[in-house]
Design a protein around this ligand. Sequence first.
Ligand code: NI
Length: 240
Amino acid sequence: MPDHRPPPTALLLPMILAIPDLLSPNTLAAARAKLEAASWVDGKASAGHQGARVKHNEQLPAEHPVALEIGNILLQAMSQNPLFMSAALPLHILPPMFNRYAGGQTFGTHVDGAIRTIPGSGHRIRTDLSCTFFFAEPEDYDGGELIIEDTYGSKSVKLPAGQLILYPSTSLHQVTPVTRGTRLCSFFWLQSMIRSDQQRSTLFDLDIAIQRFGKEMAAHPSVVQLTGIYHNLLRQWAEM
Ligand code: NI
């Protein structure tokens, strides 16, 4: 039976993609409980000059044991998630950080810095994609939408707990004031093997199409030919 449901697609450029079910419900609940019990600090500590002016939230210090533990759980989950790997084609992922917003806190319109240093290593990475992972359910808080502005206007994102949003770091974005409850998230950046949003999105669409084709007609000779084309494009465009 052909599958005529629309596939996840990046044809709307630049790509803003939700990755569902990154953590199991049990892992998610345990992580959330640990985060809620941790001690948090003012988020301005890690903001750049422009960001500090508009940033009002709390963060876990990068070296906090809970941040390290849950950050590693997220990194592990992403490396095993085919949708994430296909969409991001990550080269380096910065250690996940954690923030929370409550009592009207907000992060006004800003851009993410282009270059970030991996703590403790001195290694610098280019931020191609920004990621936000949601620990709280949308009904747990009012406000707290992530508004991403792109070429096609602005998109409002508030995902169920356990989901990750992937969006181009080139975008202007903001988090609207949280007027009830607490918004609890992880946020981080990655450098992709494919620098260009357009090339990365093309590879993602091709990969999704080949997988669907292969599922329905595994023996068709075009499946292996198209797979070869995918890898030859990746070989031309990837930088490491
Ligand atoms: Ni940001």
